[in-house]
Design a binder for this molecule. Structure first.
Ligand SMILES: Cc1cc2nc3c(=O)[nH]c(=O)nc-3n(C[C@H](O)[C@H](O)[C@H](O)COP(=O)(O)OP(=O)(O)OC[C@H]3O[C@@H](n4cnc5c(N)ncnc54)[C@H](O)[C@@H]3O)c2cc1C
Ligand code: FES
Ligand code: FES
Length: 1353
């Protein structure tokens, strides 16, 4: 504290320097550069450049990507690179030029080709990720105007998109690639379709129909690199001038940029506790998320000695501030130039760098930063340690050279450097003949992910022999520090590289690399197995290299057996290819009728230029305040006291708001009022909102919120998992059940009965835009205006009014667009909106809050985890006769929408199979977790997933091909579901047959079987999965919608309807409907927003039904207007729209009409099992093929074919976007995304660093999507069908393909028959299920004998 005070005094004495930099060509001189401020905050708040988005604040999503350009006077070179503005400290930008999405083009002036192509290729849905993706591509093209597909894929390693499924983005940008990648077999003549404009002919039902392109590539503007904005000449001359030390003085932090090594060492001697910051990719995270404060920061990025690269006699010496990108370039060049035996370590470093973060991070992160962070899961340290790299460290007057060995890291995140020392450089050694080196990394997701286990392995053989002279194996992820497996290595000295050595090494590693069963990070069995699996891979790799090298010397040692060869191959990301097929509008179709045409999302161009306005982009009001939540750290406790004294002392704090400040009711909830706006006396989950701080800036509000001290009295029981809830009988009521047929008799009639269980993990919606509300008190009559990112404008209005104690007519809720919703903003968004509204009411000023990603993930819940156990009766031939299934959902601490979600799970417990005798029972578990809620599919996927689990068990038990058993049990036209609804217009069988053809299933299956016979350690799997998804809200009253259509006297039309736009293209479809109905071009119709003062009592935009419902309401309103205009059309048949409107106006005709629609004949009764819950069903089928690495549990998605029935598509581009985007979210759900909770209910996975949604590299290498032809649906607008949710479940085909591959791997160990595989099929689960001699060496500890780090909730 005294240090800070002293510094504060210094600050007063000497103000900081001016920070000079350029943004989009404009010079900025910032006199008060705040060291704690990021470039992102500065762009958005100080410059009003809101095109750059905040998605995570931790470098994990790329939404904030901008390009930074610098002039290097020594090299006389300008470099451009993509960076994450959320981590770039403002103060690091002195003499840099920043280019944001606004700087490269706009709709108003001229689009840049990277903006145009992503939009027109349908690569922007909600658009929140789009500016970041645009800037990653832009930065790539600035450096390399003719990239290849590999470059493009690499450029996107640090960008996430939750909507599109990535395919259209890659396809749009493929048009910049010089190789264009593979055309996915679409090309006909003149090579690839991407250059010749042809697509494959679609063969089906013996007829050949040409499919249409989804966009016209010939429209694209060419890329002209000469037109790019130039590097500011003034900056070039400023950069050429001699540099001097800079000081930037902030509220709490002093930033010093020394300009020489001497100056740096002097400063480090003066401030030994000062942090050195280069890329800020560690320190930035520590300050933001661990709330660490570093009062003095030294920025050594520009010091020449820390940036040198020298080739020495023993290796390459790299300065500590050299970025990972530059390190990669240097090593690549060396590998190209030097003999292969010399560069074994370099290749291993490059292999680690391939999977190290994304480019934005690698462009700024320094090698010294990675070493000095001393993270136990650093990717580079195990390599450096195994290689015995030399580190030069310096302090004022002293220099020493250390070897990186197991003494270098004396403890968790510690090195042996003294406080006054800095790391100057690292020397990465050459290898020599007879020396082999490998590095391995295993992470949950291949791209941009931190390691579970990582390692470097180094062996040197005695000359011309296979006898080990020395060996060094280093692991990360197995202890609080990077470790050496010294005991094992000692045992292997002087041994021959053969089977005996392998066995001894594995046994020894199993003994040496142990972990407590409670070890942080969990996955204990898996991590231990990985240490051995990696060694086995190394063993084989070396065996192969030895065999080749010694053969050249005339010696023979055994080579790797061919069936094991793939275990030595490095994971490669192949360039994806795709095909999209749909039914074109017939020839002669009126070109003005846009229904059925693949028109672009109407906001796509604005989204690509950053001009589209999201909630937090609304300019700040002058007197606006910011809000930060104060949340519970206990899962179940009484609040004893709340001490806000420290919080109120934080500068800029205006108020602490809590339950006492609520003028109306503190009780809230979307269906029943069983939760609180602010916890009163008791908290029931970690993340329960207790209060909120309101302050002048977000930073102050958040700092103060952390300073609020709450004391608790902990309560028992703490119920976290479904199993806890079952044990405590902690359920919400009612318990639901559906039964049809004679279940008991069905079991009696069956040849066999099996029992099984499955757990399906929850899922975070991970909309790229977190929840955001701006509440503006209007100052009279209790009026409040809310700008909200919500799917439920009316629910928000109602619950805010309830909390404020005013009628709903005083509250207006406006929604322009959302950056994704996926159900997560259906009911849970109201929690934040209500809090913000109460705060705004209390302080009588506008209040804004956009949650940080970690808060959003903590507070808002997600998809319900489900546990199912089942009993199935079946015949020898695979026919299922009877099913009794019990489903348990983890609902969390309030009911929210859990009942409807459970009901939908039960309605889908049959998936697409006709089970004559069936009973399903469902329980909602009441737990001490944040309330789980809606997420695309709404329980349906969980119900169907469990169905496919028993289907897979039946097939495995019968020893029959799963596709035969599935087909045999599938429904037929006219069959009845368990809830007695007749299946008419049933198209699954058509989808099935077409999907078999599209995927060439038979051929593929033969190839898979052959592959599996030939390979021991990689296996392939194939699966075909159908889906049937009921369309309608199951709460009948929600199946209604309204629209308001206003025609102005100039003929322009303002359209409003009850649905919200979250990227799915609803507004685009509604404009298409209005355009067709009114017979006018889309350009005359505009939608501004969704608001409660135009269409009242709207249902949430959910249940896939919004196009159906709102489309009919829009149609009805337009019909009313048409009727009113008809007399004027009749009078003037040759006139145009404007003439008729004008005539009607002068004739005093009402040119405003509302429309309304309610779905007819709905209503289901659980007691009598009668009535129709659904208006109709959407159908689809998918085939997927995968390859798993049995040793690591990684998998590759090789192929997916999807045939989806969307009726007569309103817009094939949007519908294919929904199919692909939904599929990729399902792929995340079933193979990747894992929410991890501590046994006491604390969520560990609170951001993209730990929670992995699919990235660009996860899309199937080959993806074919076909919309079923000739399938009009007479129950929805213009014969279309709902499409938002149904395709998500088709990703189960990937899960069951993985299960198929695991089955093949298990067969190698003599294991057959059903086995339990829970979802998601993570690398951990895949590896553990592929039981073999290595897994046997690492048995799990007995449950109940330890407290695990994480539990399956
Ligand atoms: C999204 C994301 C993904 C990531 N992925 C990976 C990954 O895949 N693998 C992995 O290993 N890491 C990963 N990291 C961690 C991080 O990027 C690296 O550790 C990086 O190399 C740190 O470099 P930096 O320059 O940004 O460090 P900074 O944050 O600037 O500094 C880090 C630490 O090093 C110290 N330091 C820096 N230079 C010196 C010096 N010369 N002398 C003494 N101390 C010094 C600093 O004081 C500080 O304590 C990731 C981080 C993020 C945010
Ligand atoms: S906001 Fe910067 S990477 Fe996510
Ligand atoms: S379009 Fe990419 S996140 Fe929505």
């Amino acid at each position: 504290m005294s240090f800070i005070m002293e510094e504060t005094k210094n600050k007063l004495k000497s103000p900081g320097d001016d920070l000079v930099f350029f943004v989009n060509g404009k010079k900025i001189t910032e006199k008060n550069a705040e060291p704690e401020k990021t470039l992102l905050t500065y762009l958005r708040r100080s410059l009003g450049l809101t095109g750059t988005k905040l998605g995570c604040a931790e470098g994990g999503c790329g939404a904030c990507t901008v390009m930074v350009s610098k002039y290097h006077p020594h090299q006389n070179q300008i470099i451009h690179y993509a960076v994450n503005a959320c981590l770039a400290p403002l103060c690091s930008l002195h003499h840099c030029a920043v280019t944001t999405v606004e700087g490269i083009g706009s709709v108003a002036s001229k689009l840049h080709p990277v903006q145009e192509r992503i939009a027109k290729a349908h690569g922007s849905q909600c658009g929140f990720c789009t500016p970041g993706i645009v800037m990653s591509m832009y930065a790539l093209l600035r450096n390399n105007p003719q990239p290849n597909m590999h470059d493009i894929q690499e450029a996107f390693q640090g960008n996430l998109c939750r909507c599109t499924g990535y395919r259209p983005i890659l396809e749009g940008y493929r048009t910049f690639a010089k190789d264009g990648g593979c055309c996915g077999g679409k090309g006909q003549t003149n090579g690839c379709c991407m250059t010749n404009g042809h697509v494959q002919e679609h063969v089906s039902d013996n007829s050949t129909l040409p499919a249409e392109k989804l966009y016209d590539q010939s429209e694209f503007m060419p890329l002209d690199p000469t037109q790019e904005i130039i590097f500011p000449p003034e900056l070039m001359s400023l950069s050429k001038q001699p540099q001097r030390k800079l000081r930037f003085v902030g509220e709490r932090v002093l930033w010093i940029q020394p300009c020489s090594l001497e100056e740096l060492l002097e400063l480090k001697a003066t401030y030994p506790n000062a942090k050195l910051v280069v890329g800020n990719t560690e320190v930035g995270i520590e300050m933001k998320f661990k709330k660490l404060l570093y009062p003095v920061i030294l920025a050594p990025a520009y010091i020449p000695e820390l940036n040198t690269i020298q080739h020495t006699q023993d290796g390459i010496q790299v300065g500590a501030s050299v970025t990972l990108t530059v390190l990669g370039d240097v090593l690549h060049a060396a590998v190209k130039k030097l003999p292969a035996h010399q560069t074994e370590v370099f290749k291993a470093v490059l292999e680690q760098l391939r999977w190290f973060a994304g480019q934005q991070i690698r462009n700024v992160a320094a090698v010294g930063g990675n070493i000095m962070t001393a993270s136990p899961i650093s990717d580079l340290n195990p390599v450096f340690m195994a290689a015995g790299c030399k580190l030069t460290v310096m302090s004022k007057g002293e220099k020493r050279v250390l070897e990186m060995d197991d003494k270098f890291f004396p403890g968790y995140r510690k090195t042996i450097l003294k406080p006054e020392e800095i790391l100057l450089s690292i020397e990465i050694p050459y290898t020599r003949k007879g020396q082999y080196f490998s590095a391995f990394k295993q992470s949950p997701r291949k791209e941009d992910d931190i390691a579970i286990v990582t390692c470097g392995m180094n062996v040197l053989f005695k000359e011309q022999s296979n006898t080990v002279q020395s060996i060094r194996i280093s692991y990360g992820g197995m202890a609080p520090v990077t470790v050496l497996a010294t005991a094992t290595c000692n045992r292997l000295l002087n041994r021959q590289w053969n089977k005996e050595l392998l066995e001894e090494a594995c046994a020894s590693l199993a003994e040496e690399m142990i972990l407590s069963p409670s070890a942080p990070g969990g996955m204990v069995t898996y991590r231990r197995t990985l240490t051995i699996s990696f060694f086995y891979k190394f063993f084989l790799t070396v065996q192969h290299k030895l065999a080749l090298d010694l053969q050249m010397e005339g010696l023979t040692v055994e080579d790797v057996r061919p069936e094991c060869a793939t275990a030595t191959e490095l994971f490669q990301l192949d360039s994806p290819s795709s095909v999209q097929l749909y039914q074109a509008v017939p020839a002669g179709h009126n070109s003005e009728d846009v229904v059925g045409q693949p028109i672009m999302h109407l906001s796509a161009l604005k989204q690509a230029t950053g001009e589209a306005i999201y909630c937090d982009d609304i300019p700040c009001y002058e007197n606006e305040l910011h809000l930060a939540l104060v949340t519970s750290t206990k899962a179940h406790a009484l609040i004893k006291s709340i001490d806000t004294s420290d919080a109120m002392a934080v500068p800029g704090v205006v108020a602490f708001v809590s339950a006492r400040d609520i003028p109306g009711s503190n009780m809230t909830g979307p269906v029943v009022y069983d939760e609180t706006v602010f916890a009163d006396d008791k908290v029931t989950c970690v993340g329960h909102i207790v209060g909120a701080i309101v302050a002048d800036t977000q930073a102050h509000a958040q700092r103060a919120a952390k300073a609020v001290k709450i004391s608790y009295e902990e309560l028992q029981p703490v119920i976290v998992t479904i199993q806890d809830a079952i044990a405590n009988k902690s359920f919400f009521q009612p318990v639901r059940s559906i039964e049809r047929g004679e279940v008991a008799q069905g079991f009696k009639d069956s040849d066999h009965i099996l029992h099984g269980e499955m757990h399906i993990g929850g899922q975070e919606q991970f909309y790229l835009e977190t929840n955001c509300t701006l509440a503006v008190p209007r100052g009279e009559d209790g009026e409040m205006e809310l700008f909200v990112s919500t799917q439920s404008a009316s629910k928000t209005q109602a619950l805010v009014a309830k909390a404020l104690g005013v009628p709903a007519n005083r509250v207006v809720c406006r929604v322009k667009r959302m950056g994704g919703g996926f159900g997560g903003k259906e009911s849970r968004s109201t929690i934040l909106s209500t809090v913000v509204a109460v705060a705004a009411h209390t302080v009588k000023r506008p209040v804004r809050c956009m949650l940080d990603r970690d808060e959003d993930m903590l507070v808002t819940g997600g998809r319900h985890p489900f546990f199912g156990h089942y009993k199935v009766g079946y015949m020898n031939d695979g026919r299922v006769m009877a099913l009794d299934v019990t489903l348990y959902s983890n609902a969390g601490n309030s009911l929210d929408l859990s009942l409807s979600i459970l009901e939908r799970a039960l309605f889908h417990m049959d998936n697409s199979y006709n089970i004559p005798n069936i009973r399903g029972t469902g329980y909602m578990c009441k737990t001490n977790l944040p309330s789980n809620s809606a997420f695309r599919g709404f329980g349906g996927p969980q119900g169907m997933m469990i169905a496919e689990s028993w289907m897979s068990d039946v097939a495995l038990s019968c020893g029959l091909p799963a596709e035969e058993v599935r087909r045999m049990n599938m429904y037929k036209e006219g069959d009845f579901t368990p809830f007695n609804q007749c299946l008419d217009q049933f198209t699954i069988d058509r989808c099935w047959e077409e999907c078999l053809q599209l995927s060439e299933f038979k051929k593929r299956k033969d190839a898979v079987e052959q592959y599996n016979r030939q390979h021991r350690w990689t296996k392939r799997g194939l699966s075909i999965i159908p889906t049937k998804f009921g369309i309608s809200f199951t709460a009948v009253f929600l199946n209604q919608a309204g629209a308001l259509v206003l025609v102005y006297s100039d003929g322009s039309v303002l359209l409003t309807h009850g649905g919200t736009e979250m990227g799915q293209g609803l507004h685009t479809k509604m404009v298409q409907v209005a355009s067709k109905t009114l017979g006018i071009p889309c350009s005359k119709i505009h939608i501004t927003e969704t608001s409660t003062n135009t269409v009242p009592n709207t249902s949430p935009t959910a249940a896939s039904a919004s196009s159906d419902l709102n489309g009919m309401a829009v149609y009805n309103a337009c019909q009313t207007l048409l009727q009113r205009l008809q007399p004027y059309k009749d009078k003037n048949p040759k006139g145009c729209w404007e003439d008729w409107v004008n005539a009607a106006y002068f004739d005093r005709v009402n040119l405003s009409a509302n429309g309304f629609y309610k779905t007819p004949d709905l209503g289901y009764d659980f007691d009598s099992n009668s009535g129709r819950p659904f208006n109709y069903f959407s159908y689809g089928v998918a085939v997927s093929e995968v390859e798993i690495d049995c040793l690591t549990g990684s998998h590759k998605n090789l192929h997916t074919s999807i045939v989806m029935d969307v009726g007569k598509s309103l817009n094939p581009a949007l519908d294919i976007g929904q199919v692909e985007g939904g599929f990729m979210q399902g792929l995340g759900l079933f193979t990747l995304e894992e929410l991890r909770y501590s046994p006491d209910g604390y969520l560990y996975t609170r951001g993209p660093g730990m929670y992995k949604i699919p990235a660009f590299g996860d899309i199937p290498i080959e993806l074919k999507v076909s919309l079923l032809r000739d399938a009009p649906n007479d129950k929805a607008i213009f014969s279309s069908k709902a499409v938002g949710e149904p395709p998500l479940f088709l990703a189960a085909s990937v899960f069951y393909a993985i299960k198929d591959a695991i089955t093949a791997a298990r067969a190698e160990s003599g294991l057959t028959g059903p086995f339990r595989l829970d979802s998601p099929a993570t690398p951990e689960r895949i590896r553990n299920a592929c039981e073999d001699k290595f897994t046997k060496m690492c048995p799990p500890a007995d449950p109940g004998t330890f407290t695990p780090w994480a539990v399956q909730v």
